[in-house]
Structure formats: structure tokens, C-alpha cells
Design a protein around this ligand. Structure first.
Ligand code: ADP
Ligand code: ZN
Ligand code: ZN
Length: 758
């Protein structure tokens, strides 16, 4: 037989390998194949050693066009890994077509790294010790005295089916001795089994408990989701922070587990949502809950993936990459904070995990629940068109927790010398004096976004990017650092202007470091004097080390921090019961971006950060510093009415024929060679223009993106806009082969379908 195999390469080619001894059931298996020549020492007579790669078998056929002398044989199948199912393969295939990306990269690119470390020879399938209950054991279960707790609970577990030894150890305290006793009584037998043959099993009892009874809206939501079990349905669960969405997910997951199915939960950034992960693990005491994200070290990541793929994991919580994890018993998908930009992969294979989740649910015939307080306009449009069903939670679940009051500080009137007004400083002081906590949100890290020469207006720029260097004090024992936020460039801040020699270099604008410093100074000199106030800064710089963000958050939760100053890392998932004041500094920046989604993102971010204030019994307050308090966006935020904002924004999008009322694809190209890049883009545009004949597709001119040069590469982009997904796809299917045919090696390009940053 011939195995047709895709590899993790930027090629759409399917490779043929001889696969003696394999049959149709090898489809979906991972195989080790010889690929590419290894190093050969000069004059060495032996055959060239070969390198190996992991590939995915997509087809088994009997003949090939590859001449016999060129046909290589596969080395073996990857042990321990069962075949990807037809549903998995369909998911990869859909993504390859929809995102116009090579199948091999989609299927193999996101696998746990350890899985891809191709062994050079085939290993035998790993043997695993499996325990199975005997008939005598079943009979004993009925008569066993109740004081034999350990033996009884193990027998009960085994009564549902054979269990691997590792699993028994995970679930039972003294598993080894209990098992030995059961084996001695011949109630249980232990046998060796090839790992890939172990039958899929699941726990009958997930140990779920619910601390509250659901309110009427929550019940309605849970019932709607449960009623859809076993069929495809998309739900938008709308509700502000604290309205009890998590509770709804948990009940729906419980129902899914009761049906013997697995649940997949996607979250934006797992490190920022530890409370959520903890809640899930705690609430399902007996279920097997695993996590998956790229920040994990290799071994746990492989274990989690294998547990999901074998059907052993009941609940998988992960970031966007987890959407591709095979789950043979998948019965429910939850996408928390569905609007979050992190669900879109921004390099290489540019998929949108939320959209992939919906396809996966439709293909697996299971419900998908997307939750948000600030749903994306795409999702709201899907609701309007009745593709998604909206379930709404209108109130905060905890009765006393009222919505925070939102006020504005008018920057046209009040001064904010270091980014923060004295009115905000006073409000923070009063809050802390009452023994409560405050949060200051500023969406910019570093000390100041620019350094400016007061004499000649010179500003330091990155030599490799078309961007200003950001000024960082970072400790401040030297003169500070200049950092580029787009590449790794970093250098010491100059003491004098290199252009005119002036020593008057001024920090312009403010970032987290500056606001922290200004706040510290203002509070220290405050009248009446206040006891020392503990300020913690949370941004990418202050939390670089693993676990440090978590440390700050847990200190804040324990009340060991009075004021948190930070970026949008603060906006998500954390629940500080004493936090009653949120100050927003410098939000206006988000309103004047070239990106048509900027306002939507700003509104979502403001609603989210405002939601941090006053979660428990203490009433919350939000102060937003702005020059544009009367802008509809701010007015909608102030009245807690995201829907109002969304309706206005949707009307604008419709008028401008922008998503969700049109469908976009962006050709993104970059090169060190400006001329080659220009030629490439021109040809691509010419091909695109030549194609359109009365179609519902428009081709924009090639333009530089906002960041026209990055890390030494010139960048250009070309937008394709279509009236429907179908016409966009039809267009791309014809156009992209022409783009590919240009074969300009100096230019790197990708197609971004449904781009998020334009
Ligand atoms: P969300 O996910 O929408 O932010 P959560 O589900 O985390 O909201 O709920 C917010 C708070 O309300 C939590 O402390 C939760 O325990 C509590 N809660 C949720 N549902 C109920 C309910 N039906 N009765 C009482 N408290 C509830
Ligand atoms: Zn100067
Ligand atoms: Zn740079």
C-alpha cells in the first residue's frame, strides 16, 4: 500500500510513501517518514543518512506515480497516538480551504512539540497496565461492607469499565495497596494492553456541585443549551461581568459530562484567568480537567493533549490553539469572552478560534456557547440573522452588587501633567483611606511613548521599524532605556540630543511607569497625610517572570496591595472584593486609529475594566479621563449600555460596507527588498483586477500598513472585500494560485482571511 502524507511544510503537496503492512485504518495516524538528506561527510561511501519528520496519513492508495526507485517507505507509526478521527480530518480540511493554508501545517503545526520530536526508528506501542473488574468483583460489590471505603470506591469505578493504572493512582489515595488487595481476592485482574487500544472511558460521576440555585435567566439559558445537546446550535450568552455566565457554562458542562461527553472550553489568555480555571477544576471534583496553552512546559502539554485525544480528559480548558485538540467524545464547546482579539492567530496560519469552534460544533453536531459582556459585532450580526441564539443575563447574579457609577474627568478643563489628574489622585486617596482598593488602567506600558528634544523636536526612532522608541525608566538608576515595542530593539536613552546637542530631552505622554511614579509622589505629599500606600504595577515588563503576575494578583486579592496600576492585563477575570474605584487614564488614544475596529475594542475594554469595580457588597465607581465625554461611545459606556453602542457601530459598518456587512481578506507581504515587494504587490493587484467581472468583489490598492517597516522588513498589504463569504472564497481560490505562481523568493507573504488588524 501507499500512504499519502502531509508534512508540516509551507507546501500544499501530498507526499507518497510506501507503507507495507498498513491498511485503510492507518488513515489519520501520525507516521515517521524519511525526509530530506542529512549531513554527509566528504568522501564517505555509505548512503546519505536521512532526516525524519512526522507526517499525517490522509489517504491510503494502491498505486503512485512516484517511480519505484524514488519511492521511500515510512519508518513507522508514531506510537501512543491514536488515529485522528474523520471529524478531526474534516476540521483540518475545512481550515485548509477556508484560510487557504497548507493542510500539513494546520494539522501538525499546533501539536505538542514533544509529539513532533520524531523518533528515528519505530517504537513498539507502549504497554499500559489496565485493571478490570471480574464477575466475582461485581458480585462482591453488592455485599461489601460499607466500612471498606477504599475497596468499594475502586470497584465502583472499575464497574464502569477498565481503567489504566495511572488513572487509578490519580483518583485514589492508596491505589497500589487497595488494588493489590482486590487482585488477591480475584475481584480485579490486571493485564497489559497496548496504549492505543485502551477503550475510551469516562467517569459516570463528575462530582459536580453548585453552591447556588440558578436564577430564572440562568435556568432558561442552561435549559436552552442542554436541549441542544447532540445537535448543532450556536448560542451567544450575553451578560455583564458578574452576571453569572460562568455558572451557566458550568451547568451546561455538567449536563454534557452526564451524557458521557467531553467539553472544550476556550479562554483568551489562561494566565489572566486563573480564577476561571480554578473554578472549573474545583467544581468538578471527580472529572478529569486538563489545561492546554502554549506557555506550558513540554511534558504536561503532551500529557494534556494525549488525555484529550484518548477521550480520558472530561474537560479541556485552553487558549486558541486548543480548538484543534482531538476530542473523540466532544459534546460541548464554550468560548468565553468570544470578542477577545487573542482568539485570532496573528502569524503563520491566521485562524480565528471562535469561528473554527463554530465550524467544529457544526461538524461534530454539538452546541457551542459564546459568552461575552461585549459581544463582537460579527456575533451580534449572526444573532440578528438568527444564525446564533442569544441568551441574556440582565442583572448581576449577586443581588447586592450594583453596577458601578461611571463619571468623566474632562481633560479640556483639568490638567494631567504626568497623565493623571489631581481629581483622580484624590479619589484614589479617599478610596484607600476607607480601606478599599483602586485600579488605574492605562493602555500603554513604559514611561512615555516618546522622548522629544525641546530645542529641535528630534525624537528617537527604531532603526529597523517605522516607529518611535518608547522611553522606559525601569528602575531608573541609569538614564533609562529606549525600547521598540515592535521588535526586540533596545538601547540606552541618550543624555543629549544627537541632532542639536541640547540636554533638554522631554518625556512626552505617559505610560504605566510614569503614572505609577506620579501617583506615588502625589500620594506621598498628600494633605491630609495618608499612611504609605502600596502600589503594584502590572504590565508585560513587571510580569515578565513566570508566575509573577499571579503573585501580584494573589497579593491584591488578599488585600496586600492598595492600588493596581496597569494595562489591559488588569481588565480580565480577576475578582478583587475590595476593589471599588477604577480610574481610566488616556483612553482617547483608542478612538483615532486607522483600524475600523478600534472603537469596538475600546468600548469592550472600557466596559470590561469598569466591570472590575464593586463586584461584592461594596458599591463601585469608575472615573474616566477624556476630552470627548459626550462622544456616543463614552455615553454608551456610562449608561452600561453596550448594546446601544453596538447598534450605532453596526449602522456605521453597514453604511461603510465593512464587516460584518462585507467579508475581507488581506494579502500581507514583506521583504527587505523594496522594489521586489512593490513589483510583487503590483502584479498581485493586476491579477486581482483582471479577474473581477461584475462580481461582488472589490480589490483595494496595495498600501503600507500602519507599521510600514518592521524589524528591517518593508511591509505592504492589499485588501479584498466581498459581499459574501462565498464570493470571497471563490475569488481567493482563483487568485491565490496566481499569486503563488509569482515565486518571488525575496518576498514573504500570507493571506489573512477575516483579518482582525487592518
Ligand atoms: P460572570 O462569569 O458573568 O462574570 P460569574 O458566573 O463568575 O459571572 O458570577 C459572578 C458571581 O456571582 C460569582 O461569585 C458567582 O459565584 C455568583 N453567582 C453566580 N450565579 C449565582 C446565583 N444564581 N446565585 C447566587 N450567586 C451567583
Ligand atoms: Zn535637538
Ligand atoms: Zn523596532
Amino acid at each position: 500500500m501507499i500512504a499519502r502524507i502531509v508534512l508540516d511544510l509551507p507546501l500544499t503537496t501530498v507526499f507518497d510513501f510506501a507503507a507495507p503492512g498498513l491498511g485503510g485504518d492507518a488513515i489519520g495516524r501520525l507516521a515517521v517518514v524519511p525526509f530530506g538528506a542529512g549531513k554527509r561527510r566528504a568522501g564517505e561511501p555509505t548512503p546519505t543518512p536521512t532526516k525524519t519528520q512526522i507526517g499525517l496519513i490522509v489517504e491510503m492508495v494502491e498505486t503512485t506515480d512516484v517511480p519505484p526507485e524514488k519511492l521511500k517507505a515510512i519508518i513507522g507509526l508514531v506510537p501512543r497516538v491514536a488515529a485522528f478521527t474523520a471529524a478531526d480530518m474534516a476540521l483540518f480540511g475545512f481550515c485548509a480551504r477556508y484560510y487557504h493554508h497548507p493542510l500539513g501545517q494546520i494539522a501538525l503545526g499546533g501539536l505538542p512539540p514533544l509529539l513532533k520530536l520524531a523518533p528515528t526508528r519505530a517504537e513498539p506501542d507502549r504497554a499500559v497496565r489496565v485493571s478490570e473488574i471480574t464477575d466475582a468483583g461485581r458480585a462482591a460489590l453488592a455485599t461489601l461492607p460499607s466500612r471498606s471505603v477504599a475497596q468499594r470506591s475502586m470497584l465502583e469505578m472499575l464497574a464502569h469499565g477498565p481503567v489504566a493504572e495511572v488513572e487509578l493512582k490519580r483518583r485514589h489515595l492508596r491505589a497500589t495497596s487497595t488494588l493489590a488487595q482486590l487482585v488477591k481476592k480475584a475481584w480485579v485482574v490486571v493485564r497489559e494492553e497496548a496504549a492505543s487500544n485502551i477503550p475510551l472511558k469516562h467517569s459516570a460521576d463528575d462530582g459536580f456541585f453548585s453552591p447556588h440555585s440558578l436564577n430564572a435567566e440562568q435556568q432558561t439559558a442552561v435549559q436552552a443549551i442542554n436541549a441542544a445537546h447532540g445537535s448543532f446550535a450556536s448560542f451567544l450568552l450575553s451578560g455583564i461581568t458578574g452576571s453569572g455566565k460562568t455558572e451557566v457554562y458550568l451547568h451546561a458542562i455538567h449536563h454534557c459530562l452526564l451524557q458521557g461527553k467531553q467539553a472544550l472550553v476556550l479562554v483568551p489568555e489562561i494566565n489572566l484567568t486563573p480564577a476561571f480555571v480554578r473554578a472549573v477544576s474545583q467544581r468538578f471534583a471527580h472529572a478529569n480537567v486538563v489545561e492546554l496553552h502554549s506557555g506550558m512546559s513540554n511534558v504536561p502539554r503532551l500529557d494534556a493533549w494525549l488525555a484529550a485525544q484518548r477521550g480520558e480528559a472530561d474537560i479541556l480548558i485552553g487558549t486558541r490553539l486548543a480548538v484543534f485538540t482531538p476530542m473523540p467524545r466532544l459534546g460541548l464547546i464554550v468560548v468565553d469572552e468570544e470578542h477577545d482579539a487573542s482568539f485570532k492567530q496573528q502569524e503563520g496560519f491566521r485562524y480565528g478560534a471562535r469561528d473554527v469552534a463554530v465550524f467544529r460544533a457544526s461538524n461534530k453536531l454539538c452546541p457551542v456557547v459564546m459568552g461575552s459582556a461585549t459581544a463582537s459585532l460579527e456575533t451580534l450580526q449572526n444573532v440578528a440573522q438568527k444564525r446564533f441564539t442569544q441568551l441574556t443575563l440582565t442583572a448581576r447574579a449577586v443581588a447586592q452588587a450594583a453596577l458601578p457609577k461611571i463619571d468623566f474627568i474632562d481633560l479640556n478643563i483639568e490638567r494631567a501633567p504626568d497623565g493623571i489628574t489631581s481629581r483622580l489622585v484624590e479619589a484614589i486617596r479617599d478610596t484607600v483611606a476607607r480601606g478599599e482598593q483602586a485600579l488605574v488602567f492605562i493602555n500603554r506600558r513604559g514611561y512615555a511613548p516618546a522622548l522629544v528634544c525641546a530645542q529641535c523636536a528630534w525624537m528617537p526612532e527604531c532603526t529597523r521599524c517605522s516607529a518611535r522608541m518608547v522611553f522606559h525608566r525601569g528602575g531608573g538608576n541609569n538614564g533609562g532605556q529606549l525600547k521598540c515595542h515592535h521588535c526586540a530593539a533596545q538601547r540606552r536613552a541618550p543624555a543629549a540630543c544627537p541632532k542639536c546637542g541640547s540636554h533638554e530631552l522631554v518625556a512626552a505622554g505617559s505610560g504605566t511607569e510614569r503614572v505609577e511614579e506620579a501617583l506615588e509622589a502625589a500620594l506621598a505629599s498628600s494633605v491630609p497625610a495618608v499612611p504609605p500606600i502600596r502600589i503594584a504595577r502590572v504590565d508585560r515588563d513587571s510580569t515578565r517572570r513566570r508566575g509573577s503576575a499571579e503573585k501580584i494578583f494573589s497579593a491584591a486579592a488578599k488585600g496586600e496591595v492598595d492600588v493596581l496600576v496597569g494595562t489591559q492585563m488588569l481588565a480580565k477575570g480577576h475578582d478583587f472584593p475590595k476593589l471599588t474605584l477604577v480610574g481610566v487614564v488616556n483612553a482617547d488614544g483608542g478612538m483615532f486609529s486607522a483600524d475600523f475596529r478600534a472603537a469596538e475594542r475600546l468600548a469592550a475594554q472600557l466596559m470590561q475594566v469598569a466591570g472590575r469595580a464593586g463586584r461584592a457588597e461594596l458599591p463601585g465607581r469608575v472615573l474616566i479621563q477624556t476630552r470627548f465625554a459626550t462622544h456616543p461611545l463614552y455615553q454608551a459606556v456610562a449608561s452600561h449600555d453596550y448594546n446601544k453602542f453596538a447598534q450605532i457601530a453596526l449602522a456605521e459598518r453597514e453604511h461603510a460596507h465593512l464587516p460584518p456587512f462585507s467579508f475581507l481578506a488581506l494579502l500581507r507581504a514583506e521583504s527587505r527588498n523594496k522594489e521586489a515587494l512593490a513589483d510583487f504587490m503590483q502584479q498581485a493587484a493586476k491579477d486581482a483586477h483582471a479577474m473581477r467581472g461584475g462580481e461582488d468583489v472589490s480589490v483595494w490598492d496595495p498600501v503600507p500598513p500602519t507599521l510600514a517597516r518592521k524589524a528591517g522588513f518593508e511591509r505592504r498589504q492589499l485588501m479584498i472585500q466581498a459581499g459574501s463569504r462565498r464570493s470571497l472564497q471563490t475569488f481567493l481560490a482563483t487568485w491565490l494560485p496566481m499569486v503563488r505562481a509569482q515565486k518571488v523568493h525575496a518576498v514573504k507573504w500570507v493571506i489573512d482571511v477575516d483579518p482582525q488588524d487592518v
